[in-house]
Design a protein around this ligand. Structure first.
Ligand code: FE2
Ligand code: FE2
Length: 224
């Protein structure tokens, strides 16, 4: 049997995905620590975060509708609500910082390439792998870098929002992904799809991070 097609047991499979994830997150985390351009501060990054949160909420919403498994459906429903809550809290924080968001449409520029990729995924295994498992792990790394950036700028309130409220939610979303992969990435075909989905999600994240840095001077934006 072709080695890549052999079914791994759940522990071995997750250990393999974790290696893939940790390697990319270490690189992305390092890239995220590059200081942003002089025109970019906490407010500008929070505005970018609004779009990430809206897209994460939509992602969970579009997937939950097609699911029958109550644990997965309700897990995605919770994620959908959490991301909407993050949006609201970030918007409130922006208002406190003096940003007028009336008429602001976070999707005015269209959905991101990350969202379009996630939307193209068809099976629960690859959706769970790309969304809750990989993207939420990515969010944890970026949010931690952002919280440190806020503290360095003397903005303790925004740092606390990320550390005390947003952060624990993203951990929950990632753990949902980890739990559900044990249930849905069982056959060799589903494991292959899940593995490819994690790799592609991380690759898109790296490409987008590089593009944002070159175009806007943003080395890392928080979210989702
Ligand atoms: Fe999340
Ligand atoms: Fe979020």
């Amino acid at each position: 049997m072709d080695e890549s097609r052999a079914v791994r047991d759940a522990d071995a499979f997750l250990a393999e995905l974790d290696i893939l994830l940790q390697e990319a997150l270490a690189r992305i985390g390092e890239g995220a620590k590059v200081p942003p351009g002089p025109q970019i501060g906490v407010k500008e990054l929070l505005v970018v975060a609004l779009k990430n949160e809206i897209e994460a909420s939509e992602e969970a919403a579009m997937w939950l509708v097609g699911e029958r498994d109550p644990e997965l459906k309700l897990g995605l429903a919770r994620q959908c609500g959490d991301e909407a809550k993050h949006y609201r809290l970030i918007a409130e924080r922006l208002r406190e910082l003096g940003v007028d968001l009336s008429g602001h449409d976070p999707l005015a520029g269209g959905h991101s390439p990350m969202f379009r990729y996630l939307k193209s995924l068809e099976t629960p295994a690859e959706r769970i792998a790309a969304g809750p498992f990989a993207r939420e792990a990515l969010a944890q790394v970026r949010n931690e870098v952002f919280a440190e950036f806020c503290e360095a700028k003397g903005d303790q309130a925004t740092a606390r929002l990320y550390r005390d409220i947003v952060g624990p939610d993203e951990v929950f979303h990632h753990e949902l992904g980890r739990r559900m992969l044990r249930r849905y990435a069982v056959t060799s075909e589903d494991q292959d799809r899940a593995r490819r989905a994690v790799a592609r999600t991380l690759q898109i994240a790296e490409e987008l991070q590089e593009m944002q840095r070159l175009k806007q001077g943003i080395s890392s934006a928080p979210g989702c």
